[in-house]
Design a binder for this molecule. Structure first.
Ligand code: BV8
Length: 249
């Protein structure tokens, strides 16, 4: 594991790779101005995300939970992808097989031009009817009605995201584990690596022989298993790796 991180060997590793996976967390959107989950600016009205992002919180007080999502939608709506998002969008075009697996629900990878995205935890711009299960896109910010109701049956709408205590989509999860166990390099970017089952993806990649490249401001529980671990901002480190990658080609 290379604590200081070195751009050159990582770029060399990537130049040899055909199948690459990137797993991103809230940290990759921090430089776009979106508070991370567990960072100091992540609180809202003194609630922690884990207290609000649950089915129990929604059952108990759907208005409070929707006020929190309305606040987050208001923060996310005007922001732009940063250089870290943009490098990953470009890499989709240069590697024979590149898959972006994100824990984020902010939609910034789509906005940056990535197409091959697995959204493990859903998307804040989608809503789901609690009765019919229908999923609709909704980009209203601020929301006209809190909590919003289904236009066809009148039932409560919920954010189409995965809350704590809820299972992820089996299809997306299975595909994420298959692709992680087939890749040669998995980049783990801006995640505290504590939320399961996402946090198990890099380990299953490593078990199948992949190299782990971590990019994070701080060490995480994954750091001891990483072949390379960069301490710094993903919006600065990813462009440095990309620049070295372009140097040769
Ligand atoms: C499930 C959507 C089956 C909602 C989210 C096994 C062991 C222990 C616990 C569990 C387990 N299995 C299940 C659990 C429970 C739970 C869990 O993992 N709890 C944790 C807290 C211990 N998991 C679940 O409930 C999952 N469901 O497993 O189903 C099941 C069913 C019933 C009972 C049991 C099991 C569902 C998890 C999904 C939860 N939903 N989001 C919403 O967003 O509103 S998770 C949420 O956390 C976000 O998606 C976020 O992306 C994700 C992970 O957080 P991070 O992305 O890592 O963000 P964080 O702030 O923590 O870290 C940011 C990092 O970036 C930091 O390290 C920071 O240093 C770094 N950083 C900051 N700036 C930068 C940077 N790095 C680089 N550059 C920068 N500029």
């Amino acid at each position: 594991m290379n604590e200081s991180g070195d751009i050159v060997p990582v770029a060399e590793l990537l130049r040899q790779a055909k199948k690459v996976v990137a797993l991103t967390g809230a940290g990759i959107s921090a430089e776009s101005g979106i508070p991370t989950f567990r960072g100091k600016d992540g609180l809202w009205k003194n609630y922690r995300a884990e207290e609000l992002a649950t089915p129990y919180a929604f059952d108990r007080d759907p208005t409070l939970v929707w006020e929190w999502y309305n606040w987050r939608r208001g923060i996310i709506a005007p922001v732009e992808p940063n250089p870290g998002h943009k490098v990953l969008a470009r890499w989709e075009k240069i590697f024979p097989e590149f898959t972006l697996i994100t824990q984020n629900i902010d939609g910034l990878h789509w906005k940056a031009g990535s197409k091959n995205i697995l959204e493990l935890h859903g998307n804040i711009w989608k809503m789901r009817c609690t009765e019919e299960g229908t999923i609709t896109d909704n980009h209203e910010s601020p929301l006209k009605e809190i909590p919003p109701h289904c236009p066809s049956c009148g039932a409560l709408l919920r954010p189409h995201v995965v809350w704590f205590g809820e299972s992820l989509s089996p299809l997306i999860l299975q595909r994420s584990f298959i692709l992680s166990s087939q890749c040669e390099v998995i980049l783990v970017i801006g995640t505290s690596a504590v939320v399961q089952p996402a946090a198990s993806l890099p380990l299953s990649a490593a078990e199948a022989g992949a190299k782990i490249v971590e990019i994070n401001l701080d060490p995480t529980p994954l750091t001891p298993y990483a072949d390379f671990s960069f301490r710094g901002k993903s919006g600065e480190i990813l462009p440095l790796i990309d620049k070295d990658l372009r140097r040769e080609s």
